[in-house]
Design a protein around this ligand. Structure first.
Ligand SMILES: Cc1cc2nc3c(=O)[nH]c(=O)nc-3n(C[C@H](O)[C@H](O)[C@H](O)COP(=O)(O)OP(=O)(O)OC[C@H]3O[C@@H](n4cnc5c(N)ncnc54)[C@H](O)[C@@H]3O)c2cc1C
Length: 424
């Protein structure tokens, strides 16, 4: 009988792990309380970027000077709810430490690069196998500034990207107008990372991957996993609200909720929700144009099969705090400012706001590897890059499950890095 593995969570990460585990001969059951790819998951509502260039940790040198502003402006690109500040302090200290110096940022970029390299091709292969090749689109990803000086002000991070092998074209003048015909003339300088890609419908994509796993024999149990059972030091099952599923192996891939399960195994990884919002203008199809990140506004604008989506920003308020939907209004204001010519189409489309939880470790790196119990693996904390890095994560975890050496070095993703303070 094939070894049985339970994958907890059917977001992008869990779905990719399930497919790769099946490809290595394991019998897979996914446990997921919501609809796979549904709006309960970060994988539903992200900006859809499959970004090779996302190797930079979220914090930057000198970020501590900005914290008073983050506390005072609930609508800024990064906001901290004052009531949440005491609880978040230890995570925030590690977050600041991760981006304290350019050398630390470069060290993290070197770790993240192999996790993200080939992400577009790995997604294309998954999408093709699942019968939805049209959901992965090429054409690159763009970052825009008002002028070249804006780009040069970010020389540290772009220099780090170049040093790890990321390539881009600079785009100005008529060439920029040709690629982004609707962009406000206030934005005059851009870079295009031509090898990056995007997903045309992240929620639909995850649903398609899970449906494909089911066609290949995976079980999907609609329940929440709450614990594990062991006998003689070996895993015997995963306890869910719908009963216990017998298993020899398990993987925790439950996004922001992973810590609830990890602590059952004695694993304490510092995690916070970097809450992010999107507004999607339903059905608004404005033609194929590369997704664009407006660098001074910290928003990404992506044309999806399902509509026009503006997404981004970070709010630190905890998982369970109520949404501040005024942030969705702010996203819409940014969109109208950046694409003034599309104002009428945007205003007449139905706007659907969403709040989701980036499952974030303080150093921007997921935890991938063994938990304190060798039969239970962990694959969570993918923060800002979980869509892009899901296929590689799936391959790594599946290799570990069958005792093969993983394709990339895992030291930088070890959960043990948080055992002491400091950590890169
Ligand atoms: C606004 C925003 C923009 C983003 N943009 C991008 C982007 O452009 N590119 C990119 O790569 N990343 C982006 N991200 C990050 C990315 O969406 C996440 O890193 C990624 O979706 C995490 O995937 P996951 O499978 O780990 O978690 P999730 O997608 O959250 O899935 C976890 C699943 O586990 C389930 N679950 C929870 N608890 C349990 C339990 N106890 N038992 C069983 N199941 C459980 C949940 O219901 C959920 O379906 C963005 C995130 C946000 C919020």
């Amino acid at each position: 009988m094939a070894e049985r593995v339970v994958v907890v969570g059917a977001g992008a990460v869990g779905a990719a792990i399930a497919l790769e585990a099946q490809a290595r001969g394991l019998a897979v059951t996914l446990v997921e309380p919501g609809p796979p790819g549904g709006d309960q998951a970060a994988s539903f509502g992200n900006a859809a970027w499959i970004s090779l260039q996302s190797v930079i940790p979220p914090s930057e040198p000198g970020v501590w000077k900005k914290i008073p502003g983050y506390l005072l402006d609930p609508l800024g690109p990064l906001a901290i709810r004052p009531l949440h500040m005491p609880g978040i302090a230890p995570w925030l200290l590690r977050y600041m430490a991760a981006g304290w110096t350019p050398a630390r940022i470069a060290a993290i970029a070197r770790i993240l690069r192999p996790l993200l390299a080939e992400a577009p091709d790995l997604h294309r292969a998954l999408a093709r196998d699942a019968g939805v090749p049209e959901l992965i689109a090429g054409g690159g990803l763009m970052h825009v500034w008002k002028d070249r000086a804006g780009f040069e002000a970010e020389a540290t991070t772009w220099g780090v990207r170049r040093a790890v092998g990321i390539e881009w074209d600079e785009v100005e003048g008529e060439a920029l107008r040709a690629l982004q015909p609707d962009l406000s003339p206030d934005y005059r300088f851009a870079v295009r990372v031509g090898d990056s890609a995007h997903c045309r419908d992240p929620g639909g994509y995850v649903a398609a991957l899970v449906a494909h796993a089911e066609r290949r024999g995976a079980g999907v149990v609609k329940a929440r996993a709450v614990d594990f059972t062991f006998s003689g030091g070996r895993l015997t099952g995963v306890v869910t609200e719908a009963g216990t599923i017998p298993a020899e192996r398990a993987v925790i891939a439950a996004g922001i909720r992973s810590t609830d399960l990890a602590v059952r195994l004695g694993l304490r990884v510092p995690m916070e929700s970097e809450r992010g919002y999107h507004v999607q203008f339903e059905g608004l199809d404005l033609g194929p144009v590369p997704p664009v990140m407006i660098q001074d506004r910290k928003v990404a604008i992506t044309r999806l099969a399902t509509g026009l989506r503006v997404a981004g920003q970070v709010e630190l308020a905890g998982v369970d705090a109520r949404a501040n939907w005024r942030r969705a209004e702010v996203l819409k204001t940014h969109l109208l400012a950046v694409f003034p010519g599309l104002a009428e189409a945007i205003r007449s489309a139905r706007a659907v706001p969403w709040l989701g939880h980036r499952p974030s470790t303080p150093d921007g790196r997921p935890v991938i590897g063994r938990s304190p119990h060798p039969d239970v693996l962990v694959a969570y904390g993918h923060g800002h890059i979980g869509l892009a890095s899901a296929p590689r994560t799936g391959r790594i975890v599946a290799d570990l499950l069958v005792g093969r050496a993983p394709e990339i070095a895992l030291d930088g993703f070890s959960p043990a890095r948080f055992d002491g303070f400091g950590g890169i």
